[in-house]
Design a protein around this ligand. Structure first.
Ligand code: PMP
Length: 397
C-alpha cells in the first residue's frame, strides 16, 4: 500500500475523534444530544423554493455565472445593514466579504495571520473546529480562563503579557459553543481596548447571537473597536439554514482585501445561486420573525433539558443556563474520564460530546456538551432521564 507523504498540516494521528463520537451517536436507538444541528422543521423550505424560482426567472444567467470573490453586492449591502442594526457594527461595502460558511473565515484568517509557532489565545474551552483550523497553520495555543461572564479579562491580560508574540485572540462571545456562556458587556469593551493596547487581533465569531430566548442583547466586541483590530464573523447557518454555506466577515478594508486574495485561491467565490436566493428571500420575508420562532423553540427545548438536569442528575452536577444558542455545558464532579462516561451513556442509549476536544490545554474532567436545538421535546424528556441514570451509575461506582 502506498504510504502518502502528507504535508505537516495534516494531523499526524489521522484520527477524527469527534467524527467517531457522532457516528456512534447516529445509531437510531440512541437519543443524541451530541450533534450541533439546527431544527430542520423550521427551515423555510417553501419560502426559499419561491425565492429560488424567482432568481431563475429574473436573474438565472447571473446566478449561474462566475461571480465576484467578495460576494454578490446586494447581499453584502444587506449584511452591512443587518450587522449595523443588530450589532452596532458599521462599515462600507469594502469592509464586508461573503464566505463559504463562516467556517471559511476561520480558515482564511488562520491562513492570513498565523505562521507556524504563532500564538493564538482561545477561550478554555472553545469551538473545536477553530482549534483544528489554527492548528493546521501551526498555531500554538494558550487557553484563557472563563467564568459565567465569558473570557476573563485579567487572565487575558496576563496571557498577553506572558506571550508577547501573540497574534490572535479567538472568541465566541454569545452563547458560546460549547458552553452556552455569554461575555459581559464590560469585558467586550475591555477586549477591544486590550487588542489595541497589545496590538493583537481579535476574531469575534458570532453564529449564535441572534438566537436569544432570554435576557438582553449585548453589543458586539467589534462595536467597541476603534482601531480595526477586531474582525467580526457571522453566518446565515443558524438563522436560515446551514446548507447554503453562507457566512461573512466584517473587518478593516485592507484585511478584507487580503482575505479576498486568499479566498480566490480556495474557491474563487461563494456559491452564487445561494447568495442570489438569500437576497430574494430577505426581500419578501421577515427574517426577524423567523428568528423569533427559532429562538422560542430552542428556549423551550433548553428549559426541558435544564428541568431534566434538575430532576435526574446527581447532586453536585454543575451546568450552564444559556440565554440563547444551541448548547449547554455540564460538569460532573468525581468523573475522571469523560470519554469512558460517553461509552457508558451509549449503553443507556443517550449521547453527548465529551468536553476533551474543546480544550486547547488540559481538559476539564467530567465536562461535556449537550445540544438542545436538534432533539424533539419528547426525546429530550426521555433522553435526560436516561442520561441521569447513566450519570448516577457513574458517580456511585
Ligand atoms: N463558529 C462556531 C462557533 C460554530 O459553532 C460554527 C458551526 N458549528 C461555525 C463557526 C461554522 O458555521 P458555518 O460555517 O455553518 O457558518
Amino acid at each position: 500500500m502506498t504510504k502518502f507523504n502528507y504535508s505537516k498540516r495534516v494531523p499526524a494521528d489521522g484520527t477524527d475523534a469527534v467524527g467517531a463520537i457522532l457516528k456512534a451517536a447516529a445509531d437510531p436507538k440512541i437519543i443524541s444530544f451530541a450533534g450541533g444541528l439546527p431544527a430542520p422543521e423550521l427551515f423555510p423550505v417553501k419560502e426559499m423554493q419561491a425565492a429560488v424560482d424567482q432568481v431563475f426567472t429574473k436573474e438565472g444567467q447571473e446566478a449561474m455565472q462566475y461571480g465576484a470573490a467578495k460576494g454578490v453586492t446586494a447581499l453584502r449591502e444587506l449584511i452591512l445593514e443587518h450587522v449595523k442594526e443588530k450589532e452596532g457594527v458599521t462599515g462600507q461595502l469594502d469592509n464586508v466579504m461573503v464566505t463559504t460558511g463562516s467556517e471559511q473565515v476561520l480558515d482564511l484568517v488562520g491562513k492570513a495571520f498565523v505562521d507556524p509557532g504563532d500564538t493564538v489565545l482561545v477561550e478554555q474551552p472553545t469551538y473545536l473546529c477553530a482549534l483544528d483550523v489554527f492548528k493546521s497553520y501551526g498555531a500554538k495555543f494558550v487557553g484563557v480562563d472563563m467564568d459565567e461572564q465569558g473570557m476573563k479579562m485579567d487572565s487575558l491580560e496576563e496571557a498577553l503579557q506572558a506571550h508577547p508574540e501573540t497574534k490572535l485572540v479567538y472568541t465566541v462571545p454569545n452563547f458560546q459553543n460549547p458552553t452556552g456562556r455569554t461575555m459581559a458587556v464590560e469585558r467586550r469593551q475591555k477586549l477591544a481596548e486590550l487588542a489595541e493596547k497589545y496590538d493583537v487581533y481579535v476574531l469575534e465569531d458570532n453564529p449564535y447571537g441572534e438566537i436569544r430566548f432570554a435576557g438582553h442583547h449585548v453589543p458586539a466586541v467589534k462595536s467597541f473597536d476603534k482601531s480595526g483590530h477586531v474582525f467580526y464573523m457571522s453566518t446565515f447557518s443558524k438563522t436560515l439554514a446551514p446548507g447554503f454555506r453562507l457566512g461573512w466577515v466584517v473587518a478593516d478594508q485592507d484585511v478584507v482585501n487580503k482575505l479576498t486574495v486568499l479566498k480566490q485561491s480556495a474557491d474563487l467565490h461563494t456559491d452564487n445561486l445561494a447568495q442570489y436566493a438569500v437576497v430574494e428571500f430577505l426581500k419578501h420575508n421577515d427574517l426577524d420573525a423567523h428568528v423569533k420562532e427559532i429562538s422560542a423553540l430552542y428556549g423551550k427545548r433548553k428549559q426541558l433539558m435544564a428541568d431534566g438536569i434538575k430532576q435526574y442528575f446527581p447532586a453536585g452536577v454543575k451546568y450552564t443556563d444559556p440565554e440563547g444558542g444551541m448548547f449547554l455545558w455540564v460538569e460532573v464532579p468525581g468523573v475522571d474520564d469523560t470519554v469512558e462516561l460517553f461509552k457508558e451513556c451509549l449503553n443507556h442509549n443517550v449521547a453527548f460530546v465529551p468536553g476533551d476536544p474543546f480544550f486547547a490545554g488540559q481538559p476539564q474532567p467530567g465536562a461535556f456538551r449537550l445540544n438542545y436545538s436538534n432533539a424533539q421535546e419528547d426525546q429530550i424528556k426521555v433522553g435526560m432521564k436516561q442520561l441521569g441514570e447513566a450519570l448516577q451509575e457513574a458517580v456511585n461506582k
